[in-house]
Design a protein around this ligand. Structure first.
Ligand SMILES: [Mn+2]
Length: 266
């Protein structure tokens, strides 16, 4: 057992990343021995320092490779295949090459499982929808099996992994784990089914932390929201859906924190 910090979307905010790593115990760009960081992807875009964020994460992946797990988000995917959406910011070629090297060397992943005393959790960028789990993954019963299947898809450049959804204009109950929107695609499918394991994801939250909105009753009855951490926990039959995207835009959304668990990554 050790500390696992699951960190939400960084969105190009180098200072926020550095402040959070320091809070978790990092000193002089060295992680403490008892800490593993799992970052859920979307390191880049929106904020001012995307290239520097890539460089800092590359430092950790090179120097403490067993203590940093980097997942791919839809913004990183823009540099892994032909871009699928228009974005005003663009990484330097060197940073884009670094992203491709991470995938090629399998130091970036599509999913990872975390085991704690009380549950097994699957961590992905956007969450695995019930329809994607059932049809594309063939209904694995464990978080470990699901993570292995997703990582196989990343290595094989399987298009299903990158399947878009409502954020690119077309609602899809089987939107992939880089694109599923929590309010409309991820949570509704699991409300109607049974979670085989719990999940942690960034990318979106059902809460709008800046401009709060009313939630559908079925979600409102099951959600616990932590505004100080920008975490939300939706408790369902079979497990929990835990959203941790702080929702940074051009400016960071403060305060926010990583989700800290006692356990280990597998
Ligand atoms: Mn995203």
């Amino acid at each position: 057992m050790s500390r696992v910090a699951v960190m939400g979307d960084v969105a190009g905010h180098l200072t926020e990343l550095q402040v959070e790593l320091k809070r978790l115990g990092a000193r002089d760009d060295v992680l403490p021995d008892d800490l593993t960081v799992v970052q859920v992807g979307d390191l880049v875009h929106r904020g001012p320092d995307s290239d520097a964020v890539i460089a800092l994460v590359d430092h950790y992946l090179r120097n403490q490779p067993t203590q940093w797990v980097q997942l791919i988000g839809n913004h990183e995917a823009q540099y892994l295949h032909a871009p699928v959406f228009r974005w005003p910011q663009r990484l330097r070629r060197r940073s884009a090459a670094t992203l491709r090297r991470w995938v090629h060397h399998r130091s970036a992943r599509a999913g990872v499982a975390i085991v704690t005393d009380s549950e097994h959790l699957l961590v992905t960028h956007a969450g695995v929808t019930e329809a994607f789990w059932r049809v594309a993954l063939r209904a694995p019963e464990t978080a470990e099996e699901a993570a292995a299947a997703l990582n196989e898809m990343l290595v094989l450049h399987d298009d299903r992994l990158f399947r878009p959804g409502v954020m690119l204009g077309r609602h899809d109950p089987a939107a992939g784990p880089l694109w599923a929107q929590s309010l409309t695609e991820l949570v509704p499918g699991w409300l109607a089914g049974r979670l085989p394991f719990s999940q942690v994801y960034g990318h979106s939250t059902v809460n709008d932390w800046i401009d709060p909105v009313g939630l559908p009753p079925a979600i409102a009855h099951r959600i616990t929201s932590d505004h100080a951490s920008k975490h939300e926990i939706i408790t369902l039959d079979g497990g929990r859906l835990i959203g941790i995207d702080p929702g940074h835009h051009t400016n960071p959304v403060i305060p926010w924190r990583s989700l800290e668990l006692q356990g280990h990554v597998v």
